[in-house]
Design a protein around this ligand. Structure first.
Ligand code: NAP
Length: 334
């Protein structure tokens, strides 16, 4: 397995991480047995970075990962690095009530996560969205105390903008920023990526397949459950979806020319953007995982990159990456 550094202060991790969210939430039903088999297959293939959030189906995803780790061979379990997001406030019916980054809340969230995961420390801990009511120095400062106490190894950020990144990094060492980055979500290139590079902070990129939209597998007639994120996502609606699937067909021509899949081309493009970027892929079956791992063998030369740029130029997607109400929670979009 190829590896990449997670920023200048973090660990060396597999060049692809496994994002486990879809195994519990937001993309419709998932098969628990297959999800656990997928985590095991990822660890066997050399994937070391597993990403979760305590609010993914209210602890379900952490308990699933805990079970996958308990039932994995010890030598694989020991290599797993857990990246955990916290801070989202949920109701029993799945409601979203905002975020809580107060120091006592940070420690409370961590205490529960450690139990659900069945581990004595979390490798990278981060608030999922910057809490607008709590200075980032206080939230990061609380994680830094957890680092001192041995409960957390590294501090991460999620969807933070350049100014917040600087303030956080001035408080304590930050290893990585988790943020959406793909062929059709390139917002970080202007200000955020230059900032993380200046400060030696890595990127764990999510939505590399734009939640399946640019995977080459998503079809316009796919039925989505009411609680599927994509049923509300602007990019998956009506004319936007038509336009965006048109981009996928253009990308498919490039992929076909190279004898690889659309998903592999999209993942390889993110991998090609820099050694400081680690794509998280949201595979929840062994089949999808196998396809995603194949991206590590895809080399994109200048001609390939030019053809991809022509097929999917920057800013070509129709629709925002989140519904309006959720866009307003993104410090990175301010
Ligand atoms: N920090 C944040 O704000 C944030 C937000 C979202 C996600 N994340 C993290 O990032 C991870 C990845 O995000 P994501 O799930 O949205 O990303 P993604 O990889 O862009 O999308 C995953 C979706 O793509 C589909 N897909 C099709 N082919 C695939 C393939 N070969 N490999 C993987 N997936 C394929 C999956 O399909 P099927 O329907 O066939 O399973 C799944 O629905 C999450 O699991 C989560 O840990 C973080």
């Amino acid at each position: 397995m190829q590896t990449r550094p997670l920023g200048t202060t973090g660990p060396q991790v597999s060049a692809l991480g496994l994002g486990c969210m879809g195994m519990s939430a937001l993309y419709g039903d998932a098969d628990r047995t297959e999800s656990i088999a997928t985590v095991h297959a990822a660890l066997e293939a050399g994937v070391t970075l597993l990403d979760t959030g305590d609010f993914y189906a209210m602890g379900h995803n952490e308990m699933l990962i805990g079970e996958a780790l308990r039932t994995a061979p010890a030598e694989l379990r020991e290599k797993a690095l857990l990246s955990v997001k916290f801070g989202a406030l949920r109701g029993p019916g799945g409601e979203w009530f905002g975020y809580d980054g107060r120091p006592a809340a940070v420690k409370n969230f961590a205490a529960y996560s450690l139990q659900r995961l069945g581990v004595d420390h979390i490798d990278v801990y981060r608030i999922a969205r910057v809490d607008p009511d709590v200075p980032i120095e206080e939230t990061v400062g609380a994680i830094a105390e957890l680092v001192e106490q041995g409960y957390v190894r590294h501090i991460g950020l999620s969807e933070a903008g350049a100014e917040t990144i600087r303030r956080a990094a001035a408080t304590a060492p930050v290893t990585d920023l988790q943020i959406e980055y793909s062929l059709i979500s390139r917002g970080i290139e202007e200000e955020i990526l230059p900032t993380t590079r200046e400060l030696g902070i890595g990127i764990t990129a999510y939505g590399v397949l734009s939640r399946g939209l640019i995977s080459g597998h998503f079809t316009r007639d796919r039925r989505l459950a009411a609680n599927d994120f994509r049923a509300m996502s602007p990019r998956f609606q009506g004319e936007n979806l038509e336009h965006n699937l048109g981009l996928v067909e253009a990308l498919r021509k490039v992929a076909d020319g190279k004898g690889v899949s659309v998903a592999q081309t999209a993942i390889a493009w993110v991998l090609s953007r820099g050694e400081d970027i680690v794509p998280l892929v949201g595979a929840r079956t062994r089949e999808r995982l196998g396809e995603a791992l194949g991206a590590l063998d895809v080399t994109l030369d200048d001609a390939d990159l030019a053809a991809i740029e022509e097929a999917v130029p920057a800013g070509a997607a129709a629709g925002e990456r989140y519904p309006q109400a959720q866009m307003s929670h993104l410090d990175s979009e301010r």
